[in-house]
Design a binder for this molecule. Structure first.
Ligand SMILES: Nc1nc2c(c(=O)[nH]1)N[C@H]1C(S)=C(S)[C@@H](COP(=O)(O)OP(=O)(O)OC[C@H]3O[C@@H](n4cnc5c(=O)[nH]c(N)nc54)[C@H](O)[C@@H]3O)O[C@H]1N2
Ligand SMILES: Nc1nc2c(c(=O)[nH]1)N[C@H]1C(S)=C(S)[C@@H](COP(=O)(O)OP(=O)(O)OC[C@H]3O[C@@H](n4cnc5c(=O)[nH]c(N)nc54)[C@H](O)[C@@H]3O)O[C@H]1N2
Ligand SMILES: [Mo]
Length: 561
């Protein structure tokens, strides 16, 4: 079960990112503590800001847990009734004192203790927020786990001002024939909806006992990346599988959006993977570095000209919404559903597309829940009303539901133990720059979406190219002036050129650039050669337990271009 954040009051500890849901909470008097190596816009809205040393969030969180456990600041009733594993947790965090964390994180021991105490005083109307993109250190799993542990110790689940249970509008999937190639690895019979599988099965076992193939990327596959989400997969591992043609050859690719080059960290692997294909069909609305490799490029109708799949969501209220066309598609373009269906019909997979049109499919799904396409087109959105008892069962004396084998919040999760991955709780030393190097960091900006808006003349107007944030002391040492072009080079010798933004809003040992720039296909006439690509500098290392890319481990040198 996913839980969501409610923004009412109390101390909020925002970790590491851009997130606007809490702004309502701030208006209601909530306090925000924010950590980032860079003084971002988010930092400017926070009550307290700490320029944490990159990649050390886990150390900070472990010290917080240490204080909460040792000073008995946790929610005793919640921990006694709704959790397991407290004694083991207590013993395992003994070494993570605030004094231990201070030189690692560069946040003082007194500060860590004070934040822990202030939060405890306001619990359960508090939370530690996990950023969306937690792919940075060598142990992202441990960072995520520590965030969950803190929230659990404060008993924030299903409490007002804490983290609530969303109400979801349930719309069943259409009934389709069973897939010939079941890609989801065998799951442990835990009674819950789990994504992990039995570990330690040799790599050769790429098919299950029914001869069905496992996913090539290894997500959810025994012996490979059992914890990785087998529904979304591991894109980095998919590209590697395609480049190496292992564990089995992949010869055809169909994409509808996405840009492998500008959303990953290894141009060579992407290029090799694409070159290995016999046949690549891309459906898109604009050219990009990846789809220009396609044998056939199908123009998709734009979002103003098409229906898309139902948007089914849940927050305080559940909802279902639909994107509908505002005009007929121009130039014979089609929606990606039509594109997929028509390809499926021609390659003998038509049985998976039993509906004649996307309208028919959407209508059939909505009729299943007592609505219709006509109704939703008229109303735009259909909601299930918020219900305090469902959002906040904890406020009504009810136990929370946790999707764990024990049904309780597991402070040391038993599935991780079973797989031998519970060592993720322990802190791992992170890479540190030499005297002449920097931590390489990057992130979002309000004006742009990923790598898809830089070639749009209107959004490019707001920000045409990205810049390298560098501290004035570090710039001075290298004779770099604000606005001058610099060369950024990583330890592998990869290099990008970019304009310097000399600013005290970043740590002296770190540089930063906005993600999504540095396009290199000349057919992107506006974005071509503008700014630099974080994808060509971010680390290719991976979290050894999850298989995801640990993008933040890159160390770079900066010199005048
Ligand atoms: N180095 C680095 N890599 C990253 C990240 C990072 O910060 N740094 N962030 C990661 C994260 S969190 C995410 S979510 C991903 C995002 O990765 P992507 O999904 O690849 O990101 P976008 O650049 O938004 O979209 C890619 C392409 O989709 C196409 N597109 C846009 N609109 C449409 C449409 O209506 N129909 C079709 N068919 N195509 C369309 C455009 O060609 C666009 O270039 O990147 C991840 N990778
Ligand atoms: N306008 C806009 N909004 C978006 C998106 C977009 O493209 N454009 N993309 C959406 C998507 S798909 C996602 S996944 C989310 C991602 O949103 P977030 O998870 O917030 O990710 P980023 O913006 O990549 O990085 C956030 C901050 O992390 C800081 N940072 C770097 N290294 C460290 C570190 O080691 N520790 C700490 N504490 N901070 C560090 C960076 O300075 C940056 O300010 O944004 C979503 N919102
Ligand atoms: Mo994302």
């Amino acid at each position: 079960m996913m839980k969501s954040i409610s923004t009412i009051a109390g101390v909020i500890l925002i970790g590491f990112g851009l997130y606007f849901g809490w702004v309502n909470g701030v208006a209601n008097g909530a306090k925000v503590v924010y950590c980032d190596p860079r003084y971002s816009i988010t930092a400017s809205k926070a009550d307290e800001y700490y320029a944490i040393r990159p990649l050390t969030d886990h150390a900070f969180l472990l010290a917080m847990i240490h204080v909460v456990v040792n000073e008995e600041l946790y929610n005793k009733k919640f921990v006694a009734e709704q959790t397991i594993g407290f004694d083991e947790l207590k013993q395992r965090v003994q070494k993570y004192t605030p004094e231990w964390a201070a030189p690692i994180t560069e946040i003082s021991a007194d500060t860590i203790r004070r934040i822990a105490r202030e939060m405890a005083a306001k619990a359960p109307s508090v939370f530690v927020y996990a950023p969306r993109r937690l792919t940075r250190s060598s142990n992202d799993l441990g960072t995520g786990l520590s965030i969950t542990i803190l929230n659990t110790l404060f008993g924030v689940w299903d409490r007002k001002g804490g983290i609530f249970s969303p109400i979801v509008f349930k719309v069943p999937e259409p009934e389709l024939p069973e897939f010939e190639h079941a890609h989801i690895a065998k799951r442990l019979d835990t009674g819950g909806d789990f994504n992990y599988a039995i570990p330690n099965v040799p790599l050769e076992h790429i098919a299950d006992e029914h001869g069905k193939f496992h996913r090539a990327d290894g997500a959810g596959v025994p012996g490979r990346w059992p914890i990785a989400n087998a529904q979304y997969g591991l894109t980095n591992k998919m590209w590697e599988a395609m480049a190496d043609q292992k564990p089995y050859p992949i010869k055809m690719l169909l994409t509808a959006g996405g840009n492998g080059f500008l959303n990953s960290t290894n141009y060579d692997v992407i290029r090799k993977a694409l070159m290995n294909l016999d046949f690549y069909v891309a459906a898109d609305v604009i050219p990009n570095e990846m789809n220009m490799y396609a044998d056939i490029l199908l123009p998709e109708a734009s979002y103003l000209e098409r229906y898309d799949d139902l948007q089914i969501g849940g927050a305080r209220e559940g909802y279902v919404a639909v994107r509908m066309p505002a005009m007929k598609p121009l130039h014979e373009t089609r929606g990606s559903w039509d594109i997929c269906k028509q390809i499926a019909d021609r390659v003998g997979l038509g049985a998976y597309f039993p509906h004649d049109s996307i309208e028919e499919l959407l209508d059939a799904r909505l009729k299943n829940v007592g609505s219709s396409l006509a109704e939703i087109e008229e109303k735009g959105i259909i909601k299930v009303a918020r219900d305090d008892k469902k959002n906040f069962p904890g406020e009504h004396g009810q136990m929370s539901q946790f999707p764990t084998p024990s049904g309780k919040a597991e402070l040391i999760p038993s599935p991780l133990k079973m797989m031998g991955f519970d060592d993720a709780l322990d802190y791992e030393e992170q890479v540190r720059p030499n005297e002449d190097e920097f931590h390489f960091t990057f992130g979002r900006i309000g004006f742009h979406t990923h790598a898809r808006t830089q070639d749009n003349i209107w959004t490019a107007e707001f920000m045409r190219e990205n810049e390298l944030w560098i501290h004035p002391d570090a710039a001075k040492k290298r004779g770099i002036q604000h606005g001058e072009r610099v060369k950024v080079t990583d330890r592998k010798g990869r290099t990008e050129e970019i304009k310097a933004k000399v600013t005290p809003r970043i740590r002296k040992d770190s540089v930063f650039m906005v993600h999504g720039f540095g396009h290199f296909d000349p057919r992107m006439t506006t974005a071509y050669n503008q700014g630099a690509s974080d994808c060509n500098l971010a680390s290719q290392a991976e979290d050894p337990r999850v298989g995801s890319t640990s993008m933040g481990q890159s160390l770079v040198k900066v010199a005048k271009a």
